[in-house]
Structures are given as C-alpha cells and as structure tokens.
Write a protein that binds this ligand. Structure first.
Ligand code: COA
Length: 361
C-alpha cells in the first residue's frame, strides 16, 4: 500500500511586526485585553504579495525534502487571500519556482485550507495519481482586515508555510482525517461582498472587510476542533494517550486550550505560537509544523494531530504518523526581502480605503 510521508517543511514570515501596543494606538484596545482573550502579542504585516511569501516557504520545504523544482507533480496553494482570482496564486508560484512538470491549483477552505490540502494531497498520492505534492498555506489577511474594527483587527496577520508530501511504502503520513463544513453558520465569519456578490465596479469598503461574530465562531470552533480531533485519533486506531503533539490552527489560545482539554492532553503536548503571529488563516498550521520541527518537538515516528477551523464554517483534522527524519536535508537561500518601511507605511493603503483610527504618531 502507498502512503504519503511529509518530507519537507518551511515558512515565510514578513519582517514587519504589528504589536499589541501598536494596536493600542489605532483602536480602543489594550495589551491586557488582547493577551487574556486571545494569547496574542504580535502579528506580521506583509510588504510583499502572497505569491512571494508562498514561494519562499515552498522553496524552504523543497530544500528540506532534498527535491528540485522539476521533481514536483502537483502544487496546491491554500489561501483565501489570493493576489488575483485569475490567475490562481498557484500559477504565479509555479512560475517563480520553475516547477516545470507540475499541475497547480488554489484551494480555499479559509483557515482550514492547509489541513484540507493535506488530506487532498495525501489521498491523491495514495491513489497513485501523483508522487510528490508541494502544499502551501499562505495569506495576506491585512488586505481584508479593517483596522478601525477592534473586534477583528487584533486577531489577524500575514504569513506562509509549506510542506512536501511524497509517496512511500512505510505506514506514515495522514492515517485518518475528517473534513467538515456548516454553511448555515457562514454569516458568522465572512467578507460579505468580496466577489461577484459585490457587483461590478470597485470594492465597497463597508462590505469588503472581514466581519465576525466572535463568540458564535468561538463556540463552534471549540466543539468541532475537539470532536474532529478525537474522531481522527480513534479512526487511526490510536488511543488519546498515544498522541505526542497537537498542532492546531492558531486562532486563539483559549480555543487551543479547549481542544487540548477535549483530547485530554497536557499543554506540553500542544504546539502554540499564536502569541508571535496571531491568526494567519491557512498559514498557521504549516508555520506551526515548521516551528515544531525546528524546536525539536516532533520526534521520529511521532503521533501528531492536526486540527483547524475557519470561515465556511469549515473544520478539518488529521492524525499523522511522522516518518524518521526530523531534520531538513538542506535549506534554501530564498528569504522574504528586507524593507525600510514601517508598519504604518505598509498599512497606509488599507487606512486610506477602510478609514483610520487613533493617533499613531
Ligand atoms: C474575538 C474574541 C477574541 C472575543 O473574545 P470574547 O471573550 O468572546 O469577547 P466578546 O466578543 O464577548 O467581547 C467582550 C467585550 O470586549 C470588547 N472588545 C472586543 N474586542 C476588543 C478589543 N480588541 N479590545 C478591547 N475590548 C474589546 C467587546 O466590545 C465587549 O465589550 P462589551 O462587553 O462592553 O460589549 C473571541 O470571541 C474569539 O476568539 N472568537 C473566535 C475568533 C476566531 O477564531 N476567528 C477566526 C476563526 S478561524
């Protein structure tokens, strides 16, 4: 039988930081509220487009797997903030990386996108239709966040992460998965008129930003991430005690803690970096996976649980048995470019569009 091993991993983080104290200067909020309600301290704001973040993360993942661009059969880019609708961001990344043999498409399952992509990639490899998949999760959420709305703007950031999945005979990779969606609850987390619903002409600022009813989303996220995680552990034939590390979507520390409680695992078995990057939607899971590997939290043969929740409202979970290698075979020289711009320089077009709050000087 064929399985799909994760053999490469990488991340791309824009250098510009938006801290809680920066946010205090533009909306009526404070570090105590943000930290106690979300666990977040900082997030990154990108001065480059999603394809560039994606390309850097993907190049790192390819190097970690010891592969050349021509080895890749398929590129999937999970994003809800593509830089264009036509072409898909995957086509831009394919060109930048020179993936000269690959098919490529974008996948939009909002914050669950990367875990959805893991399942799609893994099942395509298991079916024999492809051997090597490059999977990216990348977002520039600062494009759809209204920085006058304190109920959303403190939560989100920009980033990309990537993984390589390869065919193997070893029983590793995604052993069980669950994908779900509750479209009835979609209005609780949406950009109401971004797309054809907005009609022809320029975007209407009032309906082009992220709208969220936080408590409604929170409640469902806790329930579904917890249930799906327990389900995939059972479906993989593991007991809850077998789980070595939970790598959850990083939307809120309280949601992560509740998911861990549901799995009955202690905090030492949960990977958390929400304090550093906030919620970067489809990018949180691959960035977390990469940092879990970098910090030695993934051991050979480890039993991992991935769980995510997001707009749709979608959710996804996967039970993944890690292979033997936890070190990258190589690293790429590709980096997100430096910039002299400040966070306010980069956010200025956003402020001009959605409005500006506070006195940030
Ligand atoms: C958004 C979230 C952090 C809010 O936390 P909460 O404990 O539910 O807070 P509430 O929405 O009940 O708001 C409590 C109070 O804080 C206020 N508040 C909201 N945002 C605030 C901010 N940034 N700073 C200070 N106060 C804020 C509210 O106005 C409210 O005030 P009121 O009681 O006077 O009306 C939380 O609901 C959440 O994380 N939801 C899920 C979000 C998510 O994961 N989204 C993406 C899914 S992928």
């Amino acid at each position: 039988m064929t399985y799909a091993e994760i053999t490469g991993w990488g991340k791309a983080l824009p250098p510009i930081v938006l801290s809680n104290s920066d946010l205090e200067r533009i909306v009526d909020t404070n570090d105590d509220w943000i930290t106690s309600r979300t666990g977040m301290k900082e997030r990154r704001i990108s001065h480059v487009e999603v394809s560039e973040l994606s390309t850097v993360a993907a190049a790192q993942a390819l190097a970690a797997a010891g592969l050349e661009p021509g080895d890749v059969d398929l590129l999937i880019t999970a994003t809800c903030t593509p830089e264009t609708i036509i072409p898909p961001t995957s086509a831009v990344v394919q060109s930048k990386l020179g993936l000269n043999r690959a098919g490529a498409f974008d996948l939009n399952a909002n914050c669950s996108g990367f875990v959805y992509g893991m399942v799609v990639a893994s099942d395509m490899i298991k079916s024999g239709s492809v051997k090597r998949v490059l999977l990216v999760g990348a977002e520039k959420l600062s494009y759809i966040v209204d920085y006058t709305d304190r109920t959303t703007c403190v939560l989100f950031g920009d980033a990309a992460g990537a993984a390589v999945l390869e065919a193997t005979d070893e029983p590793v990779g995604v052993l069980a998965s669950e994908l779900g969606v509750d479209g009835d609850a979609a209005p609780f987390l949406c950009v109401p008129q971004f797309g054809t619903l907005g009609g022809p002409g320029p975007r209407d600022p009032e309906h082009a930003s992220l709208y969220m009813e936080g408590q409604e989303v929170f409640r469902r996220a806790v329930t579904k991430m917890g249930e799906a995680s327990v389900n995939v552990v059972g479906a993989a034939g593991w007991s809850l005690d077998d789980v070595d590390l939970l790598i959850p979507h990083q939307a809120n520390l309280r949601i992560i803690d509740a998911t861990a409680r549901r799995l009955g695992i202690e905090s030492s078995k949960v990977f958390v970096n929400v304090h550093a990057y906030g919620n970067t939607s489809a990018a949180t899971v691959p960035v977390a996976l990469t940092e879990a590997l970098e910090s030695g939290r993934v051991t050979p043969g480890a039993h991992l649980v991935f769980a995510a929740f997001g707009g749709g409202l979608t959710w996804a979970a996967a039970a993944v048995r890690w292979g033997n290698r936890v070190e990258p075979l190589a690293t790429s020289d590709m980096r997100v470019p430096d910039t002299d711009k400040t966070v306010w320089d980069v956010l200025e077009p956003n402020f001009e569009f959605f409005g500006r709050g506070g006195d940030r000087e």
